[in-house]
Ligand binder design. Sequence first.
Ligand code: FAD
Length: 499
Amino acid sequence: MAGDQPYRIVIVGGGTAGWMAAAVLARFLTPSHYTLTLVESDAIGTVGVGEATIPQLQLLNANLGLDEFAFMRQTQATYKLGIEFVGWGASDSRYIHAFGGVGRQIGQTPFHHYWLRGLSLGETAPLDAYSVNAAAAYGGKFQRAKPQAPQPHDLAHAFHFDASLYARFLGGFAQSRGVKRLEGEVKAAHIDGQTGHVTHLSLDEDRTVAGDLFIDCSGFRGLLIEGAVKAGYESWTHWLPCDRALAVPCASVEALTPYTRSTAHRAGWQWRIPLQHRTGNGHVYCSSHVSDDEAAAVLLNHLDGAVLGDPRPIRFTTGRRKAFWRHNVVALGLAAGFLEPLESTSIHLVQSAIERVLKFLPKGAIQAVDVAAYNAQTIFEWERVRDFIILHYHVNSRSEPFWRDCAAMAVPDSLTEKLDLFRANGRITRFNEELFAEPGWLQVMVGQGLIPEGYHPLADSEKAQEVRELLGLVRRSVTKRVAEMPSHDRFIADNCQAA
Ligand SMILES: Cc1cc2nc3c(=O)[nH]c(=O)nc-3n(C[C@H](O)[C@H](O)[C@H](O)COP(=O)(O)OP(=O)(O)OC[C@H]3O[C@@H](n4cnc5c(N)ncnc54)[C@H](O)[C@@H]3O)c2cc1C
């Protein structure tokens, strides 16, 4: 509260980011202390993509008290156990970055060192033979992790959903808890000449909306964060050069695969996201290496069902705002910046930014120290995800010019450090609370073709035969666990089939 007046929070934009913010704030803020208003423009619309998620979304849904099966039914959702990468490391390669753990912790030595020793002993089973998630994904199986007796490496799941249905779902939740929705286009943001803060917005038809804190969820245009408070943009196109996408749905023709597929092409890659009522597809590409017409032809040639509509073009510049919070404007979602959708991290970055807004929620005047801490934490998070995505492009042995350029580029020092550590002796360090943990880095580094020269010396403690037996035991336990599960289709039909 500012004095006796409720603190006025204004959200601009009603895409996934805007309605996620509205729902979470409505859930946690005391209504008599805050007013929440969301402005969105039907004429401008939303970006309309963003269908694959990571497991942390379960926490958001749980915090909102949403029933998972109701959420699945209302958003035409399927389960996601990981992402399959086809043709990424080499043209004929295939691997899965599965959620959850790989293998089993043995004493202090991470499992993959035993796997590496096994390779030196002639064992040939790939890393994904040791992941319950990977085996279930490839087997088309699904079951939620057993809550009463969780196994250390039982299934970890996320979702594929229809993004516009999710925004609508959250919109209903938020408005039923007091969020005021205004439909109309923001034409101007008015700034206080002394403080630099936004004071109010002008909409069409002479409406104005005043606020104390503005959350910019206006999408790529960054209406307030760039248009009003001029945060500036740091481009990452020298590391992530893809700058366009074409998105198109197609009919589902086969069993619902419980994973996203990402297929590398000549100068980019294609996503395939199975939903209950259709399959989402898109081609992300680099316009200096491939024309729009060729990109569209590649996309349409790689659909597994009848196309439903025309490919929709989207342009972007990878990078981030120099400040995510400036004056009294905080940017979320596409207004904050853009990282490739390769690891389905954008919606998660919205989720964690909202948690951070709550953590640094102002009371009265905005404190510079809060803003600085918010920005530092958000920059750290974005840069670590950025490195993980660059890894997919940089470590490859494909022959096309685009991929050779990616292999030759100088990468951030923080990524070089990770690669060097792994290359030498298979060590993986997780920097502080960075989003992707050791199993994610491991699966992608190995999947892209980076096999370390050595492994941890403690993996030599056991006799060769014992290591072979251990590896066999873990593989059999994975196979046994997956054999108990119903098919993904069966699980959905029994629990959360959309109408
Ligand atoms: C090609 C592509 C694929 C993606 N895939 C994934 C994925 O698989 N997983 C994932 O996590 N993320 C993905 N993303 C990112 C994801 O789509 C976004 O993070 C998410 O949809 C949030 O978008 P948004 O709400 O910030 O923006 P938008 O959806 O663009 O919403 C912007 C809102 O602002 C409103 N607005 C704009 N200007 C005004 C104005 N002047 N007045 C009033 N209202 C205004 C619009 O009407 C709209 O409501 C992808 C993004 C792209 C580009």
